[in-house]
Structures are given as structure tokens and as C-alpha cells.
Design a binder for this molecule. Sequence first.
Ligand SMILES: [Zn+2]
Length: 272
Amino acid sequence: MAVMPVILVAGSVILAGVLALVFTVLSCFWLYRDSRLHGQPPALWVLLAVFASPIIALLLYFIFGRKAPLEPCENCGSLLTRSDRYCPACGAANGLYGQPAPKRRLGALGTAAIVCGLASVVCMAGLLAGMFVFAFSAVDTPLETTTGEFIHSSLPIESAMDVNTGWVIMSTQGHRNGVWSFSMSKTSDGYHKSGRFDLDDPHDRILAADVICEGETLELEVIQDGETVYTEALSGADGVQYFSLAGLEPGEVKLRVVNHGATDISGRIWVE
Ligand SMILES: [Zn+2]
């Protein structure tokens, strides 16, 4: 991954995280204040926001908690809802009984919480979209050899069944743009990795290998119909090596990279 995307990803993650934190804190303050005005237990809603999530707490609060706002009784000041016909404290008739509920305002705190929450979501969505675009653009970028030339693969090489009895340290294997890549830090003697491809024209295609390793000896076996057609040494080469496929028949070809003592292996194999 290039330097720029790393900075962008880290920046977006930090920004989204900070915004989410601010959103949580503002939501807690808003829930505390608003739930008291609606005759709800404020501690319960704040605890729910802290331990479940502010989004869950707000959602539940708007569905179940924020029903009837409390307003003071005109006679004694006790808090009443508009569904109370009489004040339970002093018995006076409630002048606001049956009237439509007043407009529910979020207030500056609630608005700030929502803005932070939305900004955090936008930030995360932007980050995901960016990573998506980056992942797809990376697939389209041609791979380069160790000497900096573009690799053009004609026939895609895939993974093949490979039964190993030995051990390997730090092993990777992948396929991109038809190129078979692998790496192994250290292995037991005879450890191998396998790939396969379907050969169409043996005289028109050539096998290319770009392998870096320390020590001896890393070998490439080219196998067809269960028989090893030829074995070439991959270790000790400088740059890309080419191997003819003219001795093979059209059809499935198996490739096996076998290690006998080489270390810090990193290679790419493809068909041109
Ligand atoms: Zn009253």
C-alpha cells in the first residue's frame, strides 16, 4: 500500500473515532436532560447509551421514552403531562389537558450530537468507499518484475493441490493478474508449493520466473500427466528466467517449486 492511502486511512479512522466519541458524550448529556423533561429515569438512559451504544439508546428513547413532555401545573408547579386531566398533587384541573403536544425541540446539544454522529458515519462510509476503490485500482495495476518491467501474463496460473509433510516459516501464496506469487522464509528439505495452468500452444508460450532467494537450491519442476518433464534451478539467477514449454503437450501443466535449503524465498511465476 502506498504512503498516501495509509495516511488517508489513518486520518479517516482517527477522525471517525473522535467524532463518534463526541457523538457519544453529547448524546449522553442530551439524553440526561431530555429524559428528565419527559419523566424518564435519566440514569437508565445514560447507562444504556454508555454500555449498549448511543445509537441504540437514542433509538429506544425516541420509540419508548420520549412520549409525553412534562409541563408544570399552573396551580402548584408539579410536573404534568397533557394526558393528566387533574393535577395529582393539588387536584386542580389541567388547562393543557387534551391539547396537542408541543413541538419537540432537540435543542443545540441534540443538534450537535446528531451532526457529530452523521459526520462520523460519513467519514466511515468515505473510508470504506476509498478502500474499495483502492482495492479495485490495485488489481488493475500491472505487476512489475524485480528489475521494474511490467509483467504481462497470458495464461493465468492457479493454485494446485499440494500435499506437504515438512514445515515452513512465514509462507504466503497468491494469484493476481494471472501471476503466481509466493514467499517462504525457511522450510524443511523438499517443501514445495504448486500451481497449475492450461497450456494452449506449447510453441507460442514461454514460462517466466522472477525469484529472489538466499542459498541453494530452489527448483522448479514442470509436470504433465504425472510425469516431471524437466527440472530447472531457480536459485542463483539474476533477474527473470525463461523456460521453454515446447517439450509439453497442450493441456494441464503442473508447476512445483521445491526447496532444498534455500531461504528468504520470494518469487513470481507466469506464462507469457
Ligand atoms: Zn398542581
